[in-house]
Design a protein around this ligand. Structure first.
Ligand SMILES: [Zn+2]
Length: 774
């Protein structure tokens, strides 16, 4: 008899197979003497689309909302049905004695495996592999200590409740918004409040009116010091007062009224969890959150030199302490090696009060190096940069405090108060680690504003001091800044900050989404054109701002999702019943739908550089695609006209050239039947073929640029009216000579067709994502 091991992805499966001595490679699995290892491709099973519950749900219609099937069904994802078939047939084999769930050790990983087992109708015994690193040692130890799968039943229940909640709310509110406003608008429990954070910030930026203020710095020979008009601010708000001080203070003498020296120490930062690492990588390496997760995944899976990435803990457990020396030895071929050698020989900091806390680790501990020896030559530049952050932080954590001495001086001249400060390091402690690799610590240093020179130390309290000169500066208050991925991740993590209610604030400790899903959420907002990346900043589009305005109030705030996450946590711990939660969610979904439908608002985004749709006059949104071409999309869903501006190099006319780029439409549309299915054929004229072998532009003055408008998707309004009046072929444009064509699905008449388009689009994106994951 053999055990069937189910991994989350092929790459992990191959690794498990190697460790378990399985070598016979078959399609979709690897077989050995005692084990068979197979895998999912992320999820193989998902919740069925609404149409699975009722024929009527095929069309998007307000009449059918809310959709509340009593029990949600699962179905195999079309794109991965082959792999599902492989897994199912293995599960059914007579020589399988049990299944080992080896998907990612977390809520979503549990769901991946359980749904597959459910749809494959597996009833036999099951075990769970729960490991935090992918090294051979960890895998072997994990298999020696397999847990009974039933210990994770509550986690499964929580995962399933999460999926159901997202379905009921997402499907219903998205359809309500889309149908009610005749625009492609989607909403979700995490997506909408996250978008709302950004649009609120945009509102603040627009409402901001800057003000000037002045600061004044005086030179006292032994030191310089800033003028403090109030106890803790250097801002002078009145220009007249600033000018008066500037002219009256020079040459005046005063006294040092206090001189205080304090010894201070700063503890090292904690080790990384995923969010903190994504934040630092965005700040220091310009990585997006998604990119950090992808690179980190490679360090974990492929190189096996860091521990499990999707963690929200910054602590380690007591049982890890004994492994620390080996983890330090694994860094011996890196620039950190002198410090590691010293740590191994002389000992290092193990802070039972701080870094080592069993209670602060739920599923996985902080991200730290594994015991696998690091070979830097095998890492790509990105992998190396990210690894360096992790290793650096790990060594900082094990280092002593940074100790320093701060001297603060206060002087009074007439009635004016001046202050300055000098900081001298006594013991560099953890702050010296970064210097090993010639970098600065990712952990920012404490206030380094307004530092005096060491000559300050020659001054004594009571000394008379004279102002030699002053420097006045005029400054402007700064507008709130837009979110970057780093600051957005923080905002999502600490969403409680945006909640008024003190009790809820406390409950919202988990923030918006989970560390594992935040990067995907940001990508999704970008794909849906609700936000755009502009340099490092994330900027909400007019469409995104309009969506937030129209979304139900409750969905805009992080409170709702915070309450849900808390209840999901309780379900995972067996403290709450999942069914009651789902009942509440259904009620909630109905209320949200009613709110949307009851609104008398209209969808009217303001696009600054907008064109109007030639058919329905609705503003069109400009979107630039991956290859830099501008698309214009009509925002009225029942029209959905889309055109594209294509810049083409064409031969200059032989006669005298007109330098103005010409605009012309070269595309026509015709309904035809292909294999008995009605299709719409879009006909495009291509530029002359010889343009492929053109020499470059300057060398060839015989060519010029021309802007051509191509219709990507014709207006449904136009198409419908065409069909109504189809009075023979008076519109000669229907049959131009065919040079190239692509076919767009055409479902008959009304609203339903766009739903299919949306669905197809979603599926394509998911396929792309999955391709990237594997
Ligand atoms: Zn239109």
């Amino acid at each position: 008899m053999k055990k069937l091991v189910l991994a989350e992805k092929p790459s992990v499966g191959r690794e498990l197979a190697r460790v378990l001595n399985c070598y016979r490679r078959e399609t979709g699995y690897i077989e050995g003497e005692h084990y068979i290892v197979t895998w999912a491709l992320g999820h193989l099973v998902e919740l069925a689309q609404p149409a699975a519950y009722s024929e009527r749900y095929k069309r998007w219609s307000l009449r059918d909302l809310p959709m509340l099937p009593p029990v949600l069904q699962q179905e195999v994802i079309e794109q991965s049905k082959d792999q599902f078939a492989v897994v199912k047939s293995l599960i059914g084999r007579a020589d399988i004695e049990s299944v080992v769930i080896a998907t990612d050790a977390g809520r979503e990983g549990e769901l991946v495996a359980r749904w597959i087992m459910k749809l494959a109708d597996y009833q036999g015994p099951a075990h769970r592999l729960w490991i935090s690193s992918q090294t051979e040692g960890a895998i072997k130890e994990g298999f020696a200590n397999l847990k009974d799968a039933s210990l994770y039943d509550n986690l499964y229940k929580a995962a399933e409740s999460r999926a159901a909640a997202d379905w009921y709310v997402g499907m219903n509110v998205t359809r309500a918004l889309t149908c009610h406003y005749d625009a492609k608008l989607s909403a979700g429990r995490v997506q909408t409040p996250t978008l709302a954070l950004m649009t609120r910030r945009e509102d603040e930026i627009e409402a901001f009116s800057g003000q000037f203020y002045w600061t004044l710095k005086a030179d006292f020979t032994q030191f310089t010091a800033s003028y403090y008009p109030s106890e803790d601010s250097i801002r002078i708000t009145e220009e007249a007062s600033a000018k008066e001080k500037e002219s009256s203070l020079v040459g005046k003498t005063g006294r040092v009224v206090s001189l205080e020296t304090v010894e201070k120490r700063e503890q090292p930062p904690l080790a990384y969890d995923l969010t903190e690492l994504q934040r630092d990588a965005n700040n220091l390496l310009d990585f997006s959150a998604k990119q950090t997760l992808d690179v980190l995944q490679a360090l974990y899976e492929q190189h096996k030199i860091v521990t499990y990435p999707r963690t929200d803990s910054r602590y380690i457990t007591t049982d890890i302490v004994a492994t620390l020396p080996q983890r330090l030895r694994s860094l011996q071929d890196t620039p950190f090696s002198p410090l590691c050698a010293r740590f191994v020989k002389d000992g290092f900091r193990v802070d039972e009060e701080r870094f080592v806390q069993d209670l602060q680790v739920t599923d996985h501990h902080a991200i730290i190096p594994t015991e696998q020896r690091v070979d830097l030559s095998r890492l790509s530049a990105q992998e190396k940069a990210l690894w360096e952050l992790i290793a650096l932080r790990f060594l900082e954590v094990l280092s002593p405090d940074y100790e320093y001495r701060t001297t603060t001086l206060t002087a009074e001249v007439e009635t004016c108060r001046f202050k300055t400060r000098l900081t001298i390091p006594v013991e560099q402690g953890w702050r010296s680690v970064a210097a090993l690799i010639g970098k600065r610590s990712a952990q920012g240093s404490l206030g380094d504003e307004d530092e005096a020179s060491p000559s300050l130390l020659r001054v004594k309290e009571g000394d008379a001091v004279t102002i030699n000169s002053v420097k006045l500066r005029k400054l402007a208050t700064a507008a709130p800044s837009r979110y970057t991925e780093a600051t957005l991740l923080s905002a999502m993590e600490h969403a409680g900050r945006f909640v008024e209610d003190a009790k809820l604030k406390k409950r919202l400790t988990n923030g918006l989404g989970t560390p594992a899903t935040r990067a995907d959420m940001i990508e999704k907002l970008i794909q849906n054109h609700y936000i755009e990346r502009v340099g490092k900043e994330l900027v909400p589009t007019p469409k995104g701002r309009e969506l937030v305005r129209l979304a139900p109030e409750e969905l805009r705030s992080p409170e709702l999702t915070g309450r849900w996450e808390e209840r999901l946590g309780n379900i995972a711990e067996g403290k709450e019943d999942g069914d009651r939660f789902i009942q509440d969610i259904k009620q909630n979904a109905s209320a949200l739908v009613a709110q949307v439908i009851g609104s008398s608002d209209v969808f009217s985004p303001h696009f600054p550089d907008s064109k109007k749709c030639p058919y329905c006059k609705t503003p069109m949104m400009k979107v630039v695609d991956e290859i830099g071409q501008s698309h214009f999309l009509c925002q009225k869903l029942s029209c959905s006209y889309e055109e594209m501006e294509v810049k083409k190099r064409v031969p200059k006319p032989q006669a005298e050239k007109t330098t103005e780029p010409k605009k012309k439409v070269v595309v026509k549309v015709a309904p035809v039947e292909v294999d008995g299915v009605k299709k719409r054929v879009v006909l495009k004229k291509k530029p002359p073929v010889q343009s492929f072998s053109l020499p470059d532009e300057e060398a060839s003055p015989a060519y010029t640029w021309e802007t051509v408008i191509e219709v990507v998707r014709p207006s449904k309004l136009a198409y419908r009216s065409e069909r109504n009046e189809r009075s023979s072929d008076t519109r000669g444009g229907w049959k131009p000579p065919v040079q190239s064509q692509h076919i767009v699905d055409q479902t008959p008449s009304e609203g339903g067709s766009f739903a299919d388009f949306l669905k197809a689009n979603e599926e394509r994106k998911r396929r792309d994502r999955e391709k990237r994951r594997t």
